[in-house]
Every structure is written in structure tokens, then in C-alpha cells.
Design a protein around this ligand. Structure first.
Ligand code: AMP
Ligand code: MG
Length: 486
């Protein structure tokens, strides 16, 4: 276990030079205080969880102090936002402090979000509000606990610094961890500004650092692009299977590692709704729940376009064509598990689709349905969940098919409950739960966000006294409007 001053930094990305990022010092926020920290994320840096309580912790992650080895930089990138190309984005309010090398030899980027203005701030103030920092903290740690690839969050530090959004709010900083902060938009930037040398430098950097196994292939860049397609297919399959909606799938928010990245107005589905749009600003529903699949493919095509100087177009197209079948295979695999099935049958996808169709009509809670289905033996469980459905004839038809399908499983009853509970969470980050935690934190009470974080760090395990976190949302919490404002 390390203390804060024992972290050792490497600054690989900074060494790429000024064409990729510029040096900017963090602009501190006033009266820093710890809102919440993640012991699991601290472990990635070998940090003793007790150091979160030290004043130095809040000072470091609010811009007041800096490690000697750190070299804060703002990265430049661009990207397609809601389908249109924005030629210059970049870290407008976040800084890459450097890469910490842990005892296992892994590199973890430390990215301080809300650290003040940079040359890429455009009209923005460089700040992040407490509300959105708490949401990203809870979202990234909750996804990780569900087994969904994601950037991580070390802590949120609150302050008395005032910032203006729709109303007056308080600034905060979030310390994000990821093995890379390179986005699809990085490659788009060098492509559209016609800087092929820099593009190749970045390509080689990503290949060496993050896809070393592809270096052995006869066409390393193509092998890497194929891996990126595969990782994204797997990621989106997880989002769809667990009802996670990202909300702002612009190419500048897509990670080159295929992890969930840049949390904005994200949400988990409460009632199942294929057309759900979590981002209140997305009035055309471009990033609706079911559009996430074609949009991920679209985003990969945008990345492919940026790689055309280095990879044959036909080869890129062939790699892109792998996305949908890979996605479908991963998704079906996850859904089979959620239904307690251990074998594969040809009609399983139809069984899943029929179920979702019934859920859509009934406004059934997507998370609790699977949990309840695994709670008891098949026949009894079907009786319990039946009450949630509106079109009972359709449900009964599905239930009969599902019951018969389970009966064809070898040893279906044996271990069914444990098997299903291990993949069907009891607790997810519902918007209304995040909202309660935010309101308490804004009033100076951090106990709610801390407890919620703890509950969500073990989402598959029923925790005594925490039933309140496993409920369907109350009426006020069903249609909270979450915009891009952050
Ligand atoms: P996001 O919607 O958070 O992914 O941000 C899109 C772009 O806007 C990124 O380049 C951000 O760095 C930038 N940005 C967002 N909020 C601010 C802010 N308050 N100040 C400066 N830049 C910002
Ligand atoms: Mg972003």
C-alpha cells in the first residue's frame, strides 16, 4: 500500500509533444472537501484507502497541489457531435495529470475533470458542477461493478467556488482513471487537419501501448482496428443487455479502448422502453437506447475514415462488417445468462425479442424482472412476474415457451437461483437515486452518495437494510430530465 507521495508517474502521452497536448496548470477550487472516494479505484493505484481522509488528498484532487512527476496537459481532439463534424474540441475543462505506474506495472491515466480553462475551453468556464461530477463518479464505478468496461472514478472533491449553469451551482472536480484517454476524435483531428505524420505517431503510440499483441500481425494497424471493432461490439452488447443508455455517443466520447467513457446525461432503463432517450437535449432521439447499436457502428465508420491513409479501404470495410454479428453474438450470450440458460438453441433470440416486446407494452421494470425471475423455480417465478405485464395473453405465450425452453436445459433447477443472481443485479444506478444523493450533497450531506456508492459496488448481492435501493422509482423519479448541462 502506498501513501499519496509515493505514486510514481510516467508521462508517455506528454512526451508525444505539443502537437498532441499543451501544458496547462490546474486552476484550484476554493475550500476543497472530500465528497466521496472509491476504495476499489484507489486500489488500482495501490493507495491505502485511509489516505482519502487526509487533507493532502483533497488538495491534490482540487488543483491546490501537484506531484513533482506530474505534467498536466490538455489534449487536442475533434469529433462528430450529433452527426456533424466539430473541427476542434479538446480537453476544455479536464487535464491529463500524467500516468501512474502501479505495482503490477499497469499505467493509469489520472485525469482531473473541472480543472479550469484551457486553450480548448471555447466559451466554457473550464469547470464541472457537483451534480455532474457525482453522476460520473457513481456511473463509472457502478458500471465497473456490473462487469461493464468503463473508465473509473477515484473521487469527487467539492468546493465553495460558484459557477453558473441554468442557476448558480458549486464547482467540483472528479479524478477519472483510465488506461487511455485517446478517443476516436483524436484520430479524426489529425486526419481532418491533414497532419499524417502526427496521425501515424499517435497510431504507433496506441498500437505499442495498448494493442501490443497486434504488432505481431502482418498488418498491425488493421489488426488493431479489428480489435477496436470487437471491443466496441462487446461493450455495446453489455450496455444493451443491462439497459445502460450513454446519451452522448459523439465520436469524441468514444474510447479507443472500447470502454464506457465521458459520462453525461446517461441513464439505466427503469421500465423497459426500446425508444428511451435519456438526454433531454437529444430531441431527435439520435442516441436512444435502441439506436446505440447502429450509432456505435456509425462511430466506428467515422474512425475508419480517419484511418484511410494507413489502412486499405476494403480491409476497413471488412473489419467494420464484423461489428453487427459480433455484437449480436455477445448480446445473445449475455441475455441467455440473464434468463438462466446455459445452452444455446437456435430460437433463443426470438425468445428474447418476444420477451422485450411484452415488457415494452407492459412498462415492466427491466432490472427487477430478471432478478425476480431468478428468485424461485421457473413455474413459481413466472407466476410472480406475470403481475407486471399488461398483455397477459402475450406474456402467457412467452412464459410457456420459456418454461419449455428451461425444461430442455440439463439440470436447469440446480443452481438456477445462484447462477441468475450472479448476473442479474438487484441494485442499479437509477436516476432518481442519483438525484437523491445529489440533492443531499448539495445541502452538504455526503452520507447519501457514499452509501449509494457502497451499495452499487456489490450490485448482485442483497445487502441487509438496503431494500430502499432496490425499488422501482417513485412517480417523481420516473421522468427526470437530464440535459447536457454539466
Ligand atoms: P462533453 O459534452 O462533456 O463531452 O464536452 C464536449 C466538449 O466541450 C469537450 O471538448 C469539453 O472539454 C468541452 N466542455 C464541456 N464543458 C465545458 C466547460 N464548462 N468549460 C470548457 N469546456 C467544456
Ligand atoms: Mg466529452
Amino acid at each position: 500500500m502506498k501513501t499519496l507521495d509515493q505514486l510514481s508517474f510516467d508521462t508517455r502521452f506528454a512526451r508525444l509533444g505539443d502537437a498532441f497536448s499543451v501544458e496547462v496548470l490546474p486552476d484550484p477550487i476554493a475550500d476543497p472537501r472530500l465528497v466521496v472516494a472509491s476504495p476499489a479505484a484507489m486500489a488500482l493505484l495501490d493507495l491505502d484507502p485511509a489516505v482519502a481522509e487526509q487533507p493532502l488528498f483533497a488538495e491534490l484532487f482540487s488543483g491546490h497541489k501537484l506531484w513533482e512527476g506530474a505534467e498536466p496537459r490538455a489534449m487536442v481532439y475533434s469529433g462528430h457531435q450529433f452527426g456533424g463534424y466539430t473541427p476542434r474540441l479538446g480537453d476544455g475543462r479536464g487535464l491529463l495529470l500524467g500516468e501512474v505506474v502501479n505495482e503490477a506495472g499497469e499505467h493509469w491515466d489520472l485525469h482531473l475533470k473541472g480543472a479550469g480553462q484551457t486553450p480548448f475551453s471555447r466559451m466554457g468556464d473550464g469547470r464541472a458542477v457537483l451534480r455532474s461530477s457525482i453522476r460520473e463518479f457513481l456511473g463509472s464505478e457502478a458500471l465497473h461493478a456490473l462487469g461493464i468496461p468503463s473508465s473509473r472514478a477515484l473521487c469527487v472533491i467539492g468546493s465553495s467556488t460558484v459557477v453558473w449553469r441554468e442557476t448558480q451551482e458549486r464547482a467540483a472536480m472528479l479524478l477519472r482513471l483510465a488506461q487511455s484517454h485517446v478517443r476516436f476524435g483524436h484520430f479524426e483531428y489529425f486526419y481532418y487537419t491533414k497532419q499524417p505524420e502526427q496521425a501515424q505517431q499517435l497510431l504507433d503510440f496506441v498500437l505499442e501501448q495498448y494493442y501490443p499483441e497486434c504488432q505481431e500481425e502482418s498488418l498491425p494497424y488493421l489488426a488493431m482496428f479489428r480489435s477496436i471493432v470487437e471491443r466496441n461490439a462487446e461493450l455495446i452488447a453489455h450496455w444493451q443487455a443491462y439497459g445502460f443508455c450513454h446519451g452522448v455517443m459523439n465520436t469524441d466520447n468514444m474510447s479507443i479502448l472500447g470502454i464506457t467513457f465521458d459520462f453525461g446525461p446517461f441513464a439505466f432503463l427503469d421500465d423497459f422502453d426500446a425508444n428511451f432517450v435519456c438526454n433531454h437535449s437529444d430531441d431527435r432521439g439520435r442516441y436512444s437506447y435502441s439506436n446505440q447499436v447502429p450509432i456505435a457502428h456509425w462511430n466506428l465508420s467515422a474512425l475508419a475514415q480517419a484511418l484511410t491513409p494507413f489502412i486499405e479501404v476494403e480491409a476497413l470495410q471488412e473489419a467494420l462488417s464484423l461489428f453487427l454479428p459480433l455484437y449480436q453474438a455477445h448480446y445473445l450470450d449475455l441475455m441467455r445468462r440473464r434468463l438462466g440458460l446455459t445452452t444455446a438453441e437456435e430460437d433463443d433470440m426470438a425468445l428474447v425479442e418476444q420477451l422485450l416486446h411484452c415488457m415494452q407494452r407492459g412498462g415492466v421494470d427491466y432490472t427487477l424482472f430478471f432478478r425476480h425471475l431468478g428468485e424461485q423455480p421457473v413455474e413459481a417465478a413466472l407466476q410472480v412476474v406475470r403481475d407486471e405485464f399488461v398483455d397477459l395473453a402475450a406474456f402467457d405465450q412467452w412464459a410457456e415457451a420459456y418454461g419449455a425452453r428451461c425444461a430442455r436445459e440439463p439440470n436447469n433447477a440446480e443452481g438456477r437461483r445462484d447462477r441468475m443472481h450472479a448476473v442479474n443485479p438487484l441494485y442499479i444506478l437509477r436516476n432518481y437515486l442519483a438525484q437523491q444523493a445529489i440533492e443531499a450533497a448539495e445541502a452538504g450531506d455526503y452520507s447519501v452518495v457514499r452509501e449509494l456508492h457502497q451499495v452499487l459496488s456489490r450490485p448482485f448481492e442483497a445487502q441487509p437494510g438496503m431494500q430502499a435501493y432496490a425499488q422501482r422509482p417513485p412517480d417523481w423519479g420516473k421522468h427526470l430530465e437530464i440535459s447536457c448541462s454539466s
